[in-house]
Write a protein that binds this ligand. Structure first.
Ligand SMILES: [Zn+2]
Length: 169
């Protein structure tokens, strides 16, 4: 058996941090624009193909979650509804609607920071069905990596709460 060298692990962790940081930065932009504190980044073959923040209030669209927005952008960009092999980085654990969209798109891996329970704690009317439960109930093969840059992702809620007129849904 060949063991991974420590440098390989470090490199993949660096990469994860790099893409999650992109999702965090776009979430911050959303907060500055009066949106809710969520961001998502879709990566295909090592390249960012979509980077979006939540736009529920801007679009008056309850489905305009960051992940849905990112999947829509990614599909438009590569002109297909099949995002096989792509990875999604989300600042918060995707809700059941977004998890389903991720499944429909064929995305292979989810990295997330904060949890659904964290969003709920901050006033969002989340359906508290975790991604791992969705995966198991739906017999999905998707890989889920929780707690990626969790501290920075949780910080987004604080930033958003400091915004005058911030509101949940
Ligand atoms: Zn969602």
């Amino acid at each position: 058996m060949r063991l991974k060298s420590p440098s390989v692990k470090t490199w993949s962790e660096t990469l994860q941090t790099y893409f999650m940081r992109k999702a965090i930065e776009i979430a911050k932009k959303g907060i500055r624009l009066g949106q809710t504190p969520f961001g998502a980044c879709v990566v295909l073959k090592g390249k960012v193909i979509a980077l979006n923040h939540n736009n529920v209030w801007k679009n008056t669209d309850i489905t305009a979650h960051a992940e849905i927005q990112a999947i829509r952008s990614a599909c438009r960009k590569i002109k297909t509804v099949d995002l096989s092999g792509a990875i999604i980085y989300s600042t918060c654990e995707p809700c059941p609607m977004c998890f389903s969209a991720i499944h429909w798109a064929g995305i292979k891996k989810i990295f997330y920071g904060a949890k659904i329970s964290d969003a709920k704690r901050h006033g969002f009317r989340e359906l508290t069905i975790s991604n791992i439960k969705m995966k198991n109930y739906g017999k999905s093969k998707i890989q889920i990596i929780a707690g990626c840059m969790k501290k920075e992702c949780l910080e987004l809620f604080r930033l958003w709460k400091n915004n005058y007129g911030h509101k949940t849904y």
